[in-house]
Design a binder for this molecule. Structure first.
Ligand code: TXA
Ligand code: MG
Length: 304
């Protein structure tokens, strides 16, 4: 089963073409050397991920990213502001510069790339001196793990504690004239505009095909999940905001803090995904700030 490894072990394993689950601030990623064909094939197989769904590339600096993708002046402005200065959880889709990552990105012309903000994984990439391909460390369509005990894939694990954000990064397409959000995440369109001074297109349904791994059913527990529920039934697990007294009710944040709710979301769903309950229901979550991404994930998890 899963084996905990150190940074040194991870470096050795990655250079031998092995796969290691690594911590990021959003969710754990299933990482491999992004330039190694066989290693990327292992990641696809372990996740049972369709081959046409490209992997996210993780780098530790803008300089490292520049080796693999083209930055025009706007993209560089976004990278400096959002990745470097504000350490936001955002992935950019940019045009590729070399063919070195072709196996990881399914020969696409564009690359989804980000700097993860977790010191352990930054150190790992710095030492490895190569980018890591790292999709979320879940079996395709299942819940993403935000702590190592929730990793269901049989792999080596580099421990990094509970992920502080708890929900996957925002994906922003920077290859079009007006940047467009392809997946909601920690960094909202509002945040992006405030920080960069540039207005970006909100995520639009129907553009989903541009982010091939995000459409349809996803993030699913085994039990049926119902959203926007105000009156749960007695035999359901009920996830909500604020203090709880009923033993079948679980608070995502006792203080109604949406960032805390995002951090706890996947782990709480995983905890209650147990046949002692008939189903899981979730209270309405305000669609503002990171609540927008929470509602996106909950909607996809509720599709049967
Ligand atoms: O926070 C995150 O982004 C986490 C952590 C581990 O970094 N990673 C993550 O990876 O969520 P994954 O593979 O589960 O989701 C990445 C999404 C997929 O839906 C994939 O289709 C999309 O990014 N993607 C990858 N390359 C793309 C590209 N060139 N253009 C558009 N979407 C792309
Ligand atoms: Mg995923």
């Amino acid at each position: 089963m899963n084996k905990k490894v150190s940074i040194d072990d991870s470096l050795k394993l990655l250079s031998e073409g092995e796969v290691v689950a690594v911590p990021t601030e959003t969710v754990y990623g299933l990482a491999c050397d992004a330039t190694n064909k066989l290693a990327t094939e292992k990641v696809y197989a372990l996740k049972t991920r369709p081959k046409n769904n490209p992997l996210i590339i993780h780098v530790s600096s803008i300089e490292m990213a520049e080796r693999y993708v083209h930055f025009d002046s706007q993209a560089m402005h976004f990278a400096k502001k959002l990745w470097q200065d504000h350490k936001r959880s955002i992935t950019f889709v940019l045009n590729k510069k070399s063919n070195e990552l072709d196996h990881a990105i399914n020969n696409k012309e564009t690359v989804a790339i980000r700097i993860p903000h977790h010191p352990i994984t930054i150190e790992l990439i710095d030492l490895f001196q190569k980018p890591l391909a790292a999709p979320s460390a879940n079996i395709s369509t299942k819940l993403s793990p935000t702590m190592e005990s929730n990793i269901d894939i049989d792999c080596f694990i580099l421990s990094g504690g509970q992920c502080s954000v708890g929900i996957e990064s925002t994906i922003l397409d920077l290859t079009t004239d007006i940047p467009s959000i392809l997946r909601h995440g920690e960094c909202t369109a509002n945040d992006i505009s405030k920080i960069t001074g540039v207005t970006v297109n909100e995520y639009v349904k129907g553009s989903e095909i541009e982010c091939p791994g995000h459409f349809g059913k996803h993030y699913s527990p085994n039990l049926k999940l119902r959203i926007n529920v105000e009156n749960p039934s007695d035999d359901e697990a009920y996830l909500c905001l604020g203090p709880v007294t009923n033993q079948n009710h679980f608070s995502l944040s006792e203080t109604y803090d949406l960032r805390e709710a995002a951090k706890n979301l996947f782990a709480t769903i995983k905890k209650v995904d147990n046949p002692v309950f008939s189903s899981i229901s979730i209270a309405p979550i305000p669609s503002k700030d990171i609540g927008i991404a929470i509602n996106d994930r909950l909607y996809r998890a509720s599709i049967s």
